[in-house]
Write a protein that binds this ligand. Structure first.
Ligand code: DAH
Length: 340
């Protein structure tokens, strides 16, 4: 039997496998159920015990030679013979996904933070679910003010009043309750109002609030800070205009317009041919608000402002429909690729 196997080893060495069919035939002939190897292993059972060790060894050699012949063919038939025999590559990354661009609202929020941080403003965030005190009462909203109406506010619970915050001004109160002046911070965040969704309004939107409280803070400081911001955001030639307005938490209060960055102030459909677009509300913090937070209004004064991030982004990138920010349409979002 040993000689027969030896012979077969020589034979296998001489076989040339050049096609997949050759391979198949070779396999069946040697490794098939009724093939040579199985036959030999059967026969091996009958080999005398003292012969078993030696015969077993060359039988295994034959098995190895057959397998090597098969592996060699498979390796050489690969287009790139450095590749492993199998296609299975456990180091391949799973379902590669291209990194997405930053959302335009995040881009603009980061720009706002960066602009104010250059003049010493810190950033703070706080809760989106607020109580009546922080969203309304401490901000000097009278009991019957229409903004408390169920039409505008998403109440979670009545008595005690818990609601989704309607503006980031609530963070002014949270900050003044926790810190003593000087306070110089901005508060970006998401706010909620019971509005009908349209091209110009949404029930979810984003604001950045600003607050500066210290000794001798004046309206002049407010105006200069906002002029700096407008120029940094919309370009050096931007001008600002303050119009008197009313907010319960500031006195005096104003609304700020910037010169239209699209037509340069000449008049276009974005600025409704006025040359100006409104971007924020502002004013001197009402002394009653400081007192509500245990800050002595005889010693300290302050200013505050609040702007909508959607509005600034729409102006900056000339986006006409606010709903685009919330629809996750990649045709829209991918236009911001490369903007950091
Ligand atoms: N909270 C106001 C709003 O949501 C915006 C605002 C106006 C914030 C005047 C202020 C401010 O801090 O002084 O419409």
């Amino acid at each position: 039997m040993k000689e027969k196997i030896q012979h077969l080893i020589e034979e296998v060495r001489l076989v040339s496998i050049s096609t997949a069919e050759d391979l198949e035939q070779f396999r069946i002939h040697f490794q098939g159920r009724k093939g040579i190897l199985n036959g030999l292993f059967e026969e091996f059972k009958t080999v005398a015990n003292e012969q078993k060790k030696e015969t077993g060894k060359i039988l295994n050699d034959l098995k190895t030679v057959i397998q090597e012949k098969i592996d060699l063919f498979l390796l050489e038939s690969e287009p790139n013979n450095e590749k492993p025999v199998s296609d299975l590559d456990l180091t391949r990354p799973v379902n590669y996904m291209e990194p997405g661009p930053r959302h335009p609202l995040s881009i603009v929020r980061n720009q706002i933070i960066e602009i104010f941080s250059r003049i010493g403003y810190t950033v703070a965030e706080d809760r989106e679910i607020e109580d009546d005190w922080h969203n309304f009462t401490a901000l000097n909203f009278p009991e019957e003010h229409p903004a408390r109406d169920m039409q505008d506010t998403f109440f979670i619970e009545k008595n005690p009043d818990i609601a989704l915050r309607t503006h980031t001004s609530s963070v002014q109160i949270r900050t003044m309750e926790k810190n003593k002046p000087p306070i110089r911070s901005i508060f970006p965040g998401r706010v909620f109002r019971n509005e009908v969704v349209s091209a110009r309004a949404h029930c979810i939107f984003h604001q950045v609030e600003g607050l500066y409280v210290d000794k001798d803070v004046s309206f002049r400081d407010l105006k200069q800070t906002l002029l700096y911001f407008a120029k940094e955001m919309f370009g050096e030639s931007t001008q600002i205009r303050l119009r008197p307005s009313y907010f319960p938490f500031t006195e005096p209060s104003g609304e700020m317009d910037v010169s239209c960055n699209i037509c340069g102030g000449k008049g276009c459909n974005i600025c409704k041919y006025s040359g100006w677009v409104e971007i924020l509300g502002c004013g001197m913090v009402d002394p009653a608000v400081l007192e509500n937070c245990n800050i002595d209004s005889e010693i300290y004064t302050g200013f505050a402002f609040g702007m909508g991030i959607e509005r600034i982004t729409m102006l900056k990138y000339q986006i006409k429909d606010l709903r685009l920010f919330f629809e996750n349409d990649l045709r829209f979002l991918n236009q911001f690729k490369g903007v950091i």
